[in-house]
Write a protein that binds this ligand. Structure first.
Ligand SMILES: [Zn+2]
Length: 197
């Protein structure tokens, strides 16, 4: 069974639940995602373009940054499609769950740079190898290139004379931290995510 997360937007509104306002599906660019900020500009969620339009049309959110070359059209209305939008009223977010560790998440956390040689990373490495009791966790995983990964094999970095110049850890539980790791951010979102991550 699917458990729905508590709706952090508080709008309690799904596209289609607002008769007469929801745009026709054909006019909403497919796959568009919109970064939703709290009234305080803290990143809050990523919503579908359809949801974004409903939030704008009902006055619950305003466009902060428009998406280039995209707009929503209805019979008598054209709205620039947002790429970043902001809630009109502040919403308290009481609780954030821990961010589950994923390979993609570790690569994003480490900026896709190998923790050992700084070259482009396309895999992850267990700092303390699993065969030697290392955990499959944010704290024990780093981005790595394939060369370092296979060179290191099941050894400890101390045994190789290697060093880590940062302490790996779980990303921040702030909305920015969660968002950066949960979805691939669009370039237009970067200024907003950076501040809170
Ligand atoms: Zn490397």
């Amino acid at each position: 069974m699917k458990h729905r997360q508590p709706d952090p937007i508080g709008a309690g509104l799904e596209p289609g639940e607002a008769p007469g306002i929801a745009p026709h599906p054909s006019v909403v660019p497919k796959g568009s995602r919109v970064l939703l900020l709290n009234a305080t500009f803290e990143p809050l969620a990523v919503v579908t373009a359809k949801r974004a339009v409903v939030l704008m049309l009902t006055g619950k959110a305003e466009c902060v940054e428009a998406a280039l070359d995209e707009a929503f059209h209805s019979e008598n209305l054209t709205i620039p499609a947002p790429s970043v939008m902001r809630l009109s009223r502040y919403v308290r977010v009481p609780y954030r769950r821990a961010v589950p560790m994923t390979r993609a998440g570790v690569l994003r956390r480490d900026g896709r740079r190998c923790a050992y040689c700084s070259k482009r990373a396309d895999t992850i490495d267990h700092v303390v190898p699993r065969s030697r009791g290392g955990q499959h966790s944010w704290e024990n995983c780093v981005a790595a290139c394939r060369a370092c990964n296979s060179k290191k094999a099941d050894r400890l970095i101390e045994e190789l004379g290697w060093m880590l110049d940062f302490t790996p850890g779980a990303p921040s539980r702030t909305a920015g931290g969660v968002l950066v790791l949960a979805v691939e951010p669009l370039p237009a979102w970067e200024p907003w995510l950076g501040a809170a991550a």
